[in-house]
Design a protein around this ligand. Sequence first.
Ligand code: PGA
Length: 257
Amino acid sequence: MRKPIIAGNWKLHKTVNESRHLIQTLAENLKDVTDAEIVVAPVFTALESAVAAAKGSPIAIAAQNCYPASSGAFTGEVSPTLLKDIGCTGAIVGHSERRQLFGESNAFINAKVQALLAAGLRAIFCIGETLEERESGRMYDILTGQVKEGLAGLTPEDMDKVVVAYEPVWAIGTGKTASDEEAEEAHAFIRGLLQGIFNENVADKTPILYGGSVKPGNVDGLMAQEDIDGVLVGGASLVAEDFIRIARFQRSETVQQ
Ligand code: PGA
């Protein structure tokens, strides 16, 4: 049974103080949640105090990016080793904003995944098609390329530290969520890819999150899908009340403890 993961991607929002306050509110309101993992990804400057604020709570702190080297002449970059040093448990990599705005390739994202694993951290590895790719019938080819190239060189054991996040680009920040069925179809396809590349055990164990306009009003339907193991939330993760409700999505009988 895959444990649900509810992750918040704060993107470029919130000062150190604002981040600390939001984490304190989440920690207070989610302290009894033991049947789901809660992950929050603030900006780099707020990470260290976020780790301190989350201490003793069920909230893990992840970064939104990293550079694939542990140290060296890479002006302006932050390595997985340094993230680990301040108590982060992982990082988001391959987000569509980084692919689109910063030109990140599957190969570069693969290097980041490998660097995170080498540091003992978890990679929240994002993939997803654009509207144009979906409408021109290339969605499955795009997802296949992103998964094969993004996870190239990984062993089945490495996959213990990988969470896949399917985020259709057309649903991110647009208020347009994929329907429960569209999301489930993509997730089942991705799970099939993992089976082909690795094995059935990896396909069974790897959490696949859905992201793209997840809100309190649509989380229950998404989480009820067989292959949706959690959500990666942008906008709604900045509002305490919304993120708390998302983390308290309606459990089906089989996940209730
Ligand atoms: P959104 O963002 O929930 O605001 O659509 C999701 C994401 O980009 O991870």
